[in-house]
Design a protein around this ligand. Structure first.
Ligand SMILES: Nc1ncnc2c1ncn2[C@@H]1O[C@H](COP(=O)(O)OP(=O)(O)OP(=O)(O)O)[C@@H](O)[C@H]1O
Ligand code: NI
Length: 365
């Protein structure tokens, strides 16, 4: 049991059935989170990171639907379909797949907690921070009376709220953005989850506060051994806290690696381009902003979805769809036909060259 990953996502497909066509927001994505790990999910805006997270919690909004794949969490089947139902609008659920009420009572906010970008959305402005935290603890941990208040104050102290017994009676608007995010982390911890999913939780904060929150998460992770799935478009944050990283591009996973391998020896040109666009210690040349913007998931390019922005693309890349495969001795995986030259004819076909790279506008971030 303990050698199975805490979270396992396999060939997940989530699509939006819109009037304009089918948006393949998450297109056969697989990754795992092991116990006690902080795993990053990175990529530009629109890559499918949030939809992947919503799929794990089974919170995909209509007209979106999970149409294929399997998600298991701590021995439970969050998503599981009968075979051969892939890509139909109504795949048949397997018997062991958790019901909607089991998702609500056992998984969401209990075994898996979610932290969003905007804490105000998750906090109720008419109740004090303390009241909300207490309600949450009562609901999730079954404590009552004085114990609840004590636990709430203890957690507030733990997440670095100064004078927690006084701040307990404040309303959310009396807290700064960073403090509110700390309260959300307190709530997430309050239910002692096995996994915390953080979807760009520090994007709205200034750099100093962001740094403090990240330090806090790092410390808490050490203390509680909680696993994290950390969604961000910020490679700097990834470098700071993640053990392993999954890079998404246009609904697909294009590279997966341990954080050091990813930063020092990226195996996919998109990862390399992302890294070249941020300042980092071993920076060889000047910063190069990532050229162009990500195409629409409704009509992805043929072959490799990144080929029209890729500096290394050859003609073969417009034809061959690369699969994610292990490309180094370590656990480093990439989806690029550079790594299977003989099969796909990468080296023998014409370089698309710099003119082949369409430069349309600036990076979408
Ligand atoms: N309700 C919806 N209806 C139609 N398409 C949607 C809907 N929600 C998301 N999408 C599409 O799914 C794709 C993935 O979106 P998603 O929000 O997961 O991206 P993201 O990687 O989280 O980006 P960001 O960094 O901006 O949060 C996009 O093409 C988006 O337009
Ligand atoms: Ni998002």
């Amino acid at each position: 049991m303990s050698d199975t990953p805490l979270l396992k996502v396999e060939n997940l497909k989530t699509q939006f059935f819109t009037d304009a066509g089918t948006v393949r927001a998450v297109d056969s994505v697989s990754f795992t989170v092991e116990r006690g790990e902080i795993v990053g999910l990175v990529g530009e805006s629109g890559a499918g990171k949030s939809v992947a997270v919503q799929s794990i919690l089974r919170l995909v909004d209509s007209p979106g639907r999970i149409v294929g794949g399997e998600i298991t969490f701590d021995g439970k089947t969050i998503v599981g379909f009968e075979e051969d139902t892939d890509e139909t609008e109504n795949p048949v659920r397997r018997e062991e797949m958790l019901s909607d009420s089991e998702m609500r009572s056992q998984i969401r906010g209990n075994e898996i907690a979610l932290i969003f970008q905007d804490p105000m959305e998750s906090l109720n402005p008419v109740f004090t921070v303390g009241e909300q935290l207490c309600e949450f603890i009562e609901l999730n941990r079954g404590l009552t009376g004085k114990d609840v208040r004590e636990r709430a104050i203890e957690i507030l102290r733990e997440v670095g709220i100064p004078q927690p017994d006084e701040r307990f009676d404040d309303y959310p608007h009396q807290f700064s953005g960073g403090m509110r995010q700390r309260v959300l982390i307190a709530m997430a911890l309050g239910c002692e989850p096995k996994l915390i999913i953080a979807d760009e939780p520090t994007t709205a904060l200034d750099v100093t506060v962001e740094g403090q929150i990240i330090d806090l998460v790092y410390d808490l992770q050490k203390e509680y051994d909680t696993s994290f799935l950390w969604v961000t478009h910020d490679m700097g944050i990834v470098a700071e806290i993640c053990d392993r990283v999954n890079v998404m591009y246009l609904g697909e996973l294009i590279e997966r690696a341990g954080v050091d391998d990813l930063f020092y020896d990226p195996q996919h040109p998109y990862t390399e381009a992302l890294l070249n666009s941020i300042p980092r210690p071993n920076q060889a040349g000047e910063l190069q902003p990532l050229k162009g913007s990500m195409p629409e998931a409704i009509d992805p390019p043929s072959g490799c979805r990144f080929h029209d922005r890729c500096p290394d693309a050859t003609e073969a890349c417009t034809r061959t769809h690369p699969n994610l495969r292990r490309v180094t001795e370590d656990e480093q995986w990439a989806a690029c036909i550079k790594h299977d030259v003989f099969e796909a004819g990468y080296e023998t076909s014409r370089q698309l060259s710099s003119e082949g790279v369409s430069v349309v506008g600036e990076n979408s971030e």
